[in-house]
Design a protein around this ligand. Structure first.
Ligand SMILES: [Zn+2]
Length: 227
């Protein structure tokens, strides 16, 4: 991806030179129609998806050719550009309202805000929700009391932590752990992915009441996760 992003003026200038039209560009987030245009005696009104901010001169040339109808076969190059930048289309902003922050006993929303402000400089951008209770009556195999979904960028906290008997600092520590994942992504060392690498451990060590929370978990978690 090109590091320098274009403005509408950059795109307008490029296409005006190429096509000889008076060009006006509007950038949109419409992921159904990536390009639409209207030509009108000497002027061209163009609506483009935001990803064109990351286009290089070859893509803009191709776009111009596509609009002028001269080189329709060049559309393949545009399709490649769309494919390469598809993450920009799919990545919808995190929709908070779909998630359930407030449980019966613990509200994840204020906890997240406070931790994000105090320890992450408000840099953690992730959805947040209480998870759903799984139906099976079996004892939970893995102690997945928190998880971070890399694809959807969502932190889920196990609903069994939403109990009066679970101290707030325990919920916070679980949340903090997942926020570290959301903040750091995965580290790599010698080509191997490290989920809980040194950077992660360093960040996690700043978690308030971490020792206390871990001790509480050792003592009580099996009871909480029992069917
Ligand atoms: Zn982890």
């Amino acid at each position: 991806m090109h590091t320098k992003s274009l403005t509408t003026a950059d795109i307008e200038l490029h296409l005006a030179r190429e096509l000889g039209y008076d060009v006006s560009v509007v950038l949109t987030d419409n992921s159904f129609t990536l390009i639409s245009f209207k030509k009108n005696s000497g002027s061209l009104k163009l609506r483009l998806h935001n990803m064109f901010r990351f286009a290089g001169p070859p893509e803009l040339d191709t776009l111009g050719a596509f609009i002028s109808g001269k080189n329709r076969h060049k559309a393949r190059r545009l399709r490649e550009f769309f494919r390469e930048n598809s993450s920009l289309v799919k990545k919808s902003p995190v929709r908070w309202e779909r998630f359930r922050h407030a449980g019966a006993h613990h509200d994840l929303g204020p906890m997240f805000k406070e931790l994000n402000h105090r320890y992450f400089g408000r840099a953690v951008k992730a959805g947040l929700t209480w998870g759903r209770e799984t139906r099976s009556g079996k004892r939970l195999k893995h102690i997945r009391i928190g998880s971070y979904d890399w694809e959807k960028r969502v932190i889920r906290i196990h609903p069994r932590l939403d109990r009066a008997s679970v101290p707030g600092y325990v919920v916070k520590a679980v949340l903090f752990h997942e926020m570290c994942h959301a903040h750091l992504g995965t580290e790599k060392k010698n080509g191997r992915r490290l989920i809980h690498g040194p950077g992660f451990k360093e960040l996690l060590s700043r978690c308030p009441d971490l020792d206390r929370a871990e001790k509480w978990q050792e003592k009580n978690l099996s009871r909480i996760l029992a069917p």
